[in-house]
Write a protein that binds this ligand. Sequence first.
Ligand code: APR
Ligand code: ZN
Length: 248
Amino acid sequence: MNSDKDKAQELIRRASKILVFTGAGISTGSGIPDFRGPGGLWTRREPVLYGDFIKSTRAKQDYWRYKAETFPAFMAAAPNAAHRALVELERGGRLLALVTQNIDSLHRSAGTHTDKLVELHGSGLYAECLDCYAWVSMEEALEKFRADGAPPQCACGGWLKPAVVMFGEPLERESLIKAFKAAEACDLVISVGSSLSVEPAASVPMAAKAGGKPYLIVNRGPTAHDKAADIKLDGDACELLPALVPEK
Ligand code: APR
Ligand code: ZN
């Protein structure tokens, strides 16, 4: 009898318009901690809510402190074998779209084409002014914050906010539209390294499944979609993904 891994390989070989949906688990192999895995960030701290960030100086400071602590791991990180396997999938002509919840830009640095990439939760490399929408680099914003511990401000006087989607903040409309179009157009959906517990992001692969597309999950540990999956491979994405991508 064929193993689940063989069946997953077969699904991928037969597909030509694959939607890949990724989460923090694809980047733990690059040294970036996840949120809900063992030792994940949310096991150690509470996320700052968007509404509080907007209203309160204390919440702004809390959020910038969190960014100041976590940013060095971002800067040190390089793409791993799982990110590279998805670039191979694209080179082989099988990737329709790569929808990620990650803000670490590692799919970009691995070489995923920006046309294929949807970064649903924004980019952790920039901060945005809440008043004039100007972008500055995260390094520059953090330098200001580290200088006096005050929430950093734009040259226009507006508050800077990391250019990422916070809890309680709506996602960018265009990104969502692109992601759900891909869910409609794909012929296979693969979720990698996500607990699939955060909405609306997790509805993207679920929409593909609801539309009758086969659903493969690659994740270490349980996910909220395990029952919906046609195949679930439990393990390290850095080992599993390279083995799944067919030779050209
Ligand atoms: N290989 C496979 N799976 C892994 C690996 C690995 N090397 N490392 C961790 N995982 C698994 C974890 O066990 C967990 O099930 O990846 C999953 C990551 O899930 P979460 O930490 O919930 O991350 P994610 O699903 O991306 O979170 C979604 O939540 O806090 C917000 O905005 C943040 O984008 C994030 C969103
Ligand atoms: Zn401004």
